[in-house]
Every structure is written in structure tokens, then in C-alpha cells.
Design a protein around this ligand. Structure first.
Ligand code: OGA
Ligand code: MN
Length: 207
């Protein structure tokens, strides 16, 4: 098996995800890359390129700010060097997840997300009822110097009845099983920036 240094650096993420359904790593990406991604997210937010996020998928998608108040833009390869570097890093993680956990992950989709102060995303699961491809959710945070008093935590509802909160601190990556881990985004008193994505496997349902 390939035991490259990239794969080794993912080993605790992979072990934690396999053991308890979620994993968290601070300093997941080089700080310079995280800063470039944050700058690109802000450039898109202030350039009016982010759109209100919907609930559900396809033609049944609806914007409901009482459920979900973030604005998003999907990443496309070839648009921006830092975004391409991030997609490359996540592809290495995808291959490492497949090698170690046999998840059969085929691709990774990701969007920038910006929550204005007061915006939130109510408790939900990331896997759609009519599309079971989303397997591992991955959120990478972009705000420098986040303080607990600013709110905005991601709250995971664990299957033992407990809860775990992750502060959206620049450089932190959180992974969790998309079909099994209910979670919510608490409101913050500061703009909250992230890259949210999903590793997807081949679906059982036709597209
Ligand atoms: C989502 C989500 C979590 C976060 O976009 O589905 O749950 O911490 N995001 O931004
Ligand atoms: Mn979610």
C-alpha cells in the first residue's frame, strides 16, 4: 500500500472518523493557503458572487432563511490557484479515505459559505432523501482569531447522546459521516466564512 507522507498526515483524521463518526484537525492546510482562501471567499462575498443557499436538491430546492441563512458559491476547478490547491488536498484525503476505509468515494464537491452575523443553519443531516451519494462531510474554516464568545460553533449531535462543538477557527477541518451525524450551525455575532464540501460515492439512485 502507498504510505506516502500525505497519507500519514491524514491518519488521525481517518482513525477518528472510523472510530466515532467524526474527526477534527487544527492546522489542516498551510496557513498561507488558508489566508488565500479566506481572501478569495471575502472577495466573492463582497463582489456579490455568493447566493442564498437552498434546502434540498434539484427542482425541489427552496431558500428558507428560517432554516438556513448562509450565502454560497460552488468551487469549480481552474478558476483560482488557491481553490485548486484546496481541491488537490481534498483529493489526496479522498484517496486516503478510500485506501483505509474502503468508502469508494468518487468525487468531492465544495462551496464557499458566508454566514452574516445572526445567520444560522438549523439541525439537519447532509444526506438528501433522494440522493444517497454524500458520504463524508468536510468543513474547513477560514476566520482568523475566532473567540468562543462570538458564537458560530458547529454543533454535532453524537450517537451516544452527547454533543461536540467546533469553533470555526481558520485552519480547522472537521469531517463527519453525512448520513448519520445531525448537526447545526449556531448564530454568530461576526461574519463566518468556510469551505463546506462532501465526499460522494457512486449513488444507488439514477441521476
Ligand atoms: C452545511 C453545514 C456546517 C458549518 O453547510 O451543511 O452543516 O460548520 N455546515 O458550516
Ligand atoms: Mn450540514
Amino acid at each position: 500500500m502507498n504510505t506516502s507522507s500525505e497519507n500519514d498526515s491524514f491518519s488521525s483524521l481517518i482513525d477518528d472518523l472510523a472510530g466515532r463518526g467524526w474527526a477534527q484537525q487544527t492546522l489542516f492546510a498551510p496557513p498561507a493557503l488558508t489566508r488565500e482562501l479566506a481572501a478569495e471567499c471575502l472577495r466573492r462575498a463582497y463582489g456579490g458572487q455568493l447566493s442564498p443557499a437552498g434546502i434540498g436538491r434539484g427542482s425541489s430546492q427552496q431558500v428558507q432563511e428560517g432554516i438556513r441563512g448562509d450565502r454560497i458559491q460552488w468551487l469549480e476547478p481552474g478558476q483560482h490557484a488557491a481553490c485548486d490547491q484546496y481541491l488537490q488536498l481534498m483529493d489526496e484525503l479522498r484517496l486516503a479515505l478510500n485506501c483505509n476505509l474502503y468508502l469508494g468515494l468518487e468525487d468531492f464537491e465544495s462551496h464557499f459559505a458566508c454566514y452574516e452575523p445572526g445567520a444560522f443553519y438549523q439541525r439537519h443531516l447532509d444526506r438528501f432523501r433522494d440522493d444517497d451519494r454524500r458520504t463524508v462531510s468536510a468543513v474547513f474554516y477560514l476566520n482568523e482569531d475566532w473567540q468562543a464568545a462570538q458564537g458560530g460553533a458547529l454543533r454535532l449531535y453524537l450517537n451516544d447522546g452527547g454533543e461536540h462543538e467546533v469553533l470555526p477557527q481558520a485552519g480547522t477541518l472537521v469531517l463527519f459521516l453525512s448520513a448519520e451525524m445531525p448537526h447545526e450551525v449556531l448564530p454568530a455575532n461576526r461574519e463566518r466564512l468556510s469551505l463546506t464540501g462532501w465526499f460522494r460515492r457512486r449513488g444507488d439512485t439514477p441521476l
